[in-house]
Ligand binder design. Structure first.
Ligand code: LMR
Length: 334
């Protein structure tokens, strides 16, 4: 009899384990960068915390490196509900019809991360995320990557060095104008295609935070990298709104908590990951890394200053002015 009840107990236990091990909700989280980047690591962190906080009820499946979708397709897939979560770069919201996110792309608009956080962690950031709702998208958070640098196969010390160079950009019209301001020829291209395009000469150069540059092996196909830090690249973590709204309230609040923690984590590691990537690029010996002098950097700043007035209407002058007010940036003083 004892044996029978022990057997029943074991059966019940394994049954309840298998029931609780079965996730209630599966979130497909697609992104385009390597797992070892700030975004890749933060996505994994979110998945882990979501699992822990919901005791296995939510399984977040992370698909890195454009394994599921490329830049443009992932936005469509989110709206259609084929994936539930993304973290696209802020430069990629234009095609969705939310051009205001391109405010982050204005050259030199943020001096540093502290400046940036005044926007992403304040009222302006919250207002930007709210603009996604009519598109069927809920914006959950901003995650940092970092500041971009120019690369090419020839040295870049002055704006003139970019003249007539075919430069890959993200889909932002502000970035298009940024490249034109220095006489470069911008070419919009999906992130997954950049390495190939650089190695075959379809484009001559690009701009990226170093974590992206290194993890896509661009150092193998770009001889020169100049640490211009001329613009920012970061992310908005977004979900399909209908999916999010229909989650059981207790699950949703646990996911909000997981997202809060993942955001702290993302923003803590971003700079460190970029620093490490830069050390690796230097170590590879394949790309010459150049740090511009103060005067050289100022020459880029001056050359790109007209982008601000030219593209103000694209994002709205009010929004741009409210950002200047927070950061103290004044392009007319250049
Ligand atoms: C790019 O396309 O260069 C970046 O947006 C990739 C990314 O997600 O960091």
């Amino acid at each position: 009899m004892n044996n029978v009840s022990a057997l029943c107990g074991a059966l019940l236990l394994s049954l309840s384990l298998s029931i609780s091990a079965e996730p209630l909700v599966v979130i497909k989280f697609s992104h385009v960068v390597a797992s070892s980047t700030p975004k890749g690591k933060a996505a994994e962190f979110f998945a882990k915390r979501a699992d822990e906080l919901t005791k296995g009820k939510v399984k977040v499946e992370v698909y890195p490196n454009s394994a599921l979708y490329k830049d443009k397709e992932e936005m469509e897939a989110l709206q259609m509900g084929s994936v539930q979560m993304l973290a696209p770069s802020l430069a990629k919201f234009g095609p969705l019809g939310v051009k205001e996110f391109e405010a982050f792309d204005f050259p030199f608009i943020f001096d540093d991360t502290a400046d940036l956080h005044k926007i992403t962690q304040g009222q302006i950031g919250a207002g930007l995320l709210a603009k996604l709702e009519p598109k069927g998208i809920k914006g959950l958070s901003f995650w940092d990557n970092g500041f971009k640098s120019f690369s090419a196969n020839t040295p870049i010390k002055s704006p003139a060095d970019l003249k007539a160079k075919k430069m890959r950009i993200q889909s932002s019209k502000v970035l298009d104008e940024e490249m034109r301001s220095v006489g470069a020829l911008p070419q919009v291209m999906a992130f997954s295609e950049v390495y190939q395009a650089l190695s075959t000469g379809v484009v001559d150069g690009t701009e990226n935070p170093i974590s992206n540059f290194y993890t896509q092996k661009m150092h193998e196909v770009q001889k020169h990298l100049t640490l211009t830090n001329h613009g920012y690249l970061g992310y908005a973590v977004i979900v399909n709104k209908k999916f999010w709204d229909e989650l059981p309230a207790d699950i949703r609040s646990k996911l909000e908590q997981a997202m809060k923690e993942a955001t702290i984590y993302a923003n803590k590691i971003a700079q460190e990951e970029n620093d490490n990537a830069l050390a690796e690029v230097r170590k590879s010996g394949k790309t010459e890394v150049y740090t511009p002098t103060k005067e050289e950097r100022m020459a880029f700043k001056k050359a790109m200053a007209p982008v601000h007035s030219k593209m103000a209407d694209r994002v709205g002058a009010d929004l741009l002015n409210s950002i200047y007010k927070e950061t103290g940036f004044d392009p007319s003083k250049l």
